[in-house]
Write a protein that binds this ligand. Sequence first.
Ligand code: FAD
Length: 437
Amino acid sequence: MNNINRRDFVKMMGAAGAATTGALLLPFEAYAGASGHVVVVGGGTGGATCANYLTRWAPNAKVTLIEKDSKYSTCFFSNEVIMGMATMDSITYGYDGLKKRGVNVVHDTVTGIDTGGKKVITGSGSISYDILVLSPGITFDHSTVDGSSDAVAEQMPHAWKAGPQTSLLAKQIAGMRQGGLLIIAPPENPFRCPPGPYERAALALAHFKEHNPTAQVVILDAKEKHSKQGAFREGWTRVYGGEATAEGNFEGPNLKWIKGSNGGKVVEVNGATNTVITEDGEEHKGDVVNYIPKQVAGAICKDAGLVNATGWCDVDLDFKSKVCDIVFVIGDASVASPMPKSGHSASSQAKNVAATIAAQMAGEEAPPWTGSNTCYSFISEKYGISVVAIYAVKDGKRVKVKGAGGVAFKGKSLRHHAKEAKYARGWYKGITSDMFG
Ligand code: FAD
């Protein structure tokens, strides 16, 4: 390494991740002595990034990425697709870039993990590994809401995994009758992308303003408060009108947010009638219902015995599974608290884990762990908000670094928010190039 050692580099990597995820521009000496076979399961944000960075930092190791689908659509920017502001093509990627970098990409479904025998079982056979990284994302848990099922999602699309669900919800929104009602029903914490439902509501308002000005959006929330609540409320008020009510809800000309204890918590859904029933017994019928079910770690984690009682994977500070120390679990499937379940978190964890594995395979000390999260949300196509946090290990715990990060730009002019929207588009280019090469 030129004028910088690995320890300093990783510190810088965390800091760089605050603005984009682009650590690529920084110099880094590969661990030439790293050899062996790393298998990464899941070619989404965490897995693709980890495989990509392993080819840089462990160039003499074999890296296999197992992903069930031949294309990946990012959830980030899928709310724009749903509201007709971007196309599915613009958020969809293939794996040729990773193949060119030397990743052995296998399109297959992992059906089992044999940790004792160090192999993963796939639909067409088995693949042995020295080190395994799991980043399978989420699966839906329908057990807490009556009527909830994968089949219901065909009538009330969650669009919480980008792909056909995104296109289905986009079609329903575009075809909604004039003056119709869109219900968005987000789950309890923890879930993938905590600010996502509220960005979706904002972009729905932007879409309806132009195409369906009397349409209404109601958010029936299972929670008492939500991610970036202050910043969203400020944005909603300034761009679409409305304010907080005395009961703690939010109400504008075309938007209502109802908190869980005020009748927001959905306990039953009926896809055939497009209705949801809330805890207070009220029945709400929508023209379009975006019911987002409760989530747990990707199904393969449960099958492999890696989940805790709440359905997520407990990990050590270096993201090794607490159940099996030759398996790393990153991304949404892991309990990475205080990091949220976001693409940026998954990307940051993936880079840390790639560096840890490369060092470990080379028989060197792993670099110190630092993490970052930046979460942009659009209030409209033109205006954005963001939250930034840096994480480190202190006294044996993963903690948010005090004084680093914050919410942009509370109380500032819309000119600042227009800049945030531009930064968000730059962030998207950075994170997808980290994933797909
Ligand atoms: P994923 O990216 O979902 O990848 C998992 C992959 O594993 C998938 O490709 C899947 O096919 C594969 N897989 C699963 N099981 C198997 C198996 N058994 N065999 C083979 N392959 C398998 N985050 C941000 O940082 N910023 C944003 O602006 C943002 N916006 C979002 C907006 C919305 C509407 C949503 C829903 C999410 C958003 N996110 C955002 C969150 C982000 O998309 C996720 O946190 C991130 O994708 C998690 O990465 P992951 O690797 O854990 O899972």
